[in-house]
Each structure stands twice: as structure tokens, then as C-alpha cells.
Design a binder for this molecule. Structure first.
Ligand SMILES: Cc1cc2nc3c(=O)[nH]c(=O)nc-3n(C[C@H](O)[C@H](O)[C@H](O)COP(=O)(O)O)c2cc1C
Length: 200
């Protein structure tokens, strides 16, 4: 059941109050300014249950995250969240998933030692044969250089706006920065993100 981007296409990005993904394993890792690039042939794969708790990671997931599989299965996927990522991106991700659609996005992650790695992620709801939602599935590829460059700038602007307005208004303010950026390109989220996936 793939309803490909139907939700995120169109005039804007819908806002809903979703708590998904917010019960957390808050890590105390300090980010460091050292990055690692994915290899051309890498696929970083992970699966979660309905609440975003890890149920599977492939060996490359554990390699890049630097966490031990045995320690982390059952823990929230936000273990790899990088503080440079705007909250509104994850809100959009969860809103898209909860609507039954798949999400594509450029995501900066943080490894256990505080270093970062950029990914181009696809996250999909996962169903059984009776169409019952089982959890979520993510596959990530190496992003293009233009993607990491442009998303660094865009996410910085979104994060600054989120911080400026404070926690209550952060999601709508960060989302507005994203929407305005896309509007300025005469685009929509689907075309915008795919322009980074299909070319470099
Ligand atoms: C299948 C799946 C994969 C995810 N992958 C990532 C990821 O690579 N990095 C990340 O920061 N969050 C990822 N998330 C989102 C997290 O669950 C979480 O919403 C996000 O890290 C923000 O967490 P926080 O609101 O607790 O700060 C993923 C969620 C799902 C369902």
C-alpha cells in the first residue's frame, strides 16, 4: 500500500499535533565537528515498531551509528538524532507516515562519538498481508554533495527560527521556513526533494 507522496504534494505541508516519536531515550552525547560520508553502495536500513522503537538495524546502520545492536534494539530511533536537525522536519516525517504515506528527506544523524553523517532517507509504513500497520521501515543512501550543502543552510535557518519563537510555536515556524523556501523555488516538497535524489 504505497500512496506515494500524496500527502506532501500540493500547496502546503499540513500541521497536526502528533506526539509520535517524542517519548525518548535522550542521549547525552556532545556533537563534534567531524563527519563521515556514506559509501556509494551503502544502504543504511532500520525498522521500528509503531512507536518508533528500533526493531532492526542492518550492519551498516550499527557501523555508522556506532551503537551496539544488543544495547539499542527496543530503544527510540532518536538515538541518532543530531541537534542540528529542526524539530519540524521530524514532525513532517511523522505526519506523513501517520497519513499512510512514505517520507523522503535529507537527514543529518549523529553517531555515538558525536560525529555526524548525512543521509538521504526514505521512510515507509510497513503493513502485514491484512493491511494492518506493523511499524516503519527506513532505507538511506548517500546524499549528493549539493543536498548536504543546501540542507545544511536550510535546516540552520529552520532551527534558528524554531529557537527564536520558542517551543510552543517551533513546529509551525520551522515548517513555514521550509514552505517559504520551496515556494520561492516555485516547487512543492515532492519535486523539491526529488531534485536532490535524481541529480547531482
Ligand atoms: C523508520 C524510522 C526511521 C527513522 N530514522 C531516523 C533517523 O535516521 N534519524 C533521526 O534523527 N530520526 C529518525 N527517525 C525519527 C525519530 O523516531 C524521531 O522522531 C526523531 O529522531 C526526533 O526525535 P525527538 O523528537 O525525540 O527529538 C526515524 C523514525 C522512523 C519511524
Amino acid at each position: 500500500m504505497v500512496r506515494f507522496f500524496a500527502y506532501s504534494c500540493g500547496s502546503g505541508i499540513a500541521i497536526q499535533n502528533l506526539a509520535a516519536g517524542s517519548s525518548t531515550l535522550k542521549n547525552k552525547i556532545t556533537p563534534i565537528d567531524r563527519g563521515r560520508e556514506m559509501r556509494e553502495d551503502d544502504f543504511i536500513v532500520s525498522k521500528t515498531d509503531l512507536k518508533g522503537r528500533l526493531t532492526y538495524g542492518n550492519p551498516i546502520f550499527w557501523e555508522f551509528s556506532q551503537f551496539l545492536e544488543s544495547d539499542m534494539l527496543g530503544k527510540q530511533h532518536n538515538i541518532v538524532r543530531h541537534p542540528d536537525m529542526p524539530r519540524s522536519v521530524f514532525h513532517f516525517m511523522w505526519t506523513t507516515l501517520k497519513a499512510g504515506n512514505e517520507f523522503f528527506g535529507c537527514i543529518k544523524n549523529m553517531a555515538k562519538d558525536g560525529s555526524y553523517y548525512w543521509t538521504m532517507a526514505n521512510v515507509t509504513p510497513s503493513y502485514d498481508e491484512t493491511d494492518k500497520l506493523l511499524g516503519y521501515f527506513s532505507v538511506r543512501r548517500k546524499p549528493s554533495q549539493s543536498a548536504t550543502k543546501d540542507f545544511s543552510v536550510l535546516y540552520k535557518a529552520m532551527l534558528e527560527e524554531e529557537k527564536r519563537v520558542g517551543p510552543k510555536a517551533a513546529i509551525s515556524a520551522g515548517t513555514a521556513v521550509l514552505e517559504n523556501h520551496i515556494k520561492g523555488l516555485n516547487s512543492n516538497y515532492e519535486k523539491f526533494i526529488f531534485s536532490y535524489i535524481s541529480t547531482d
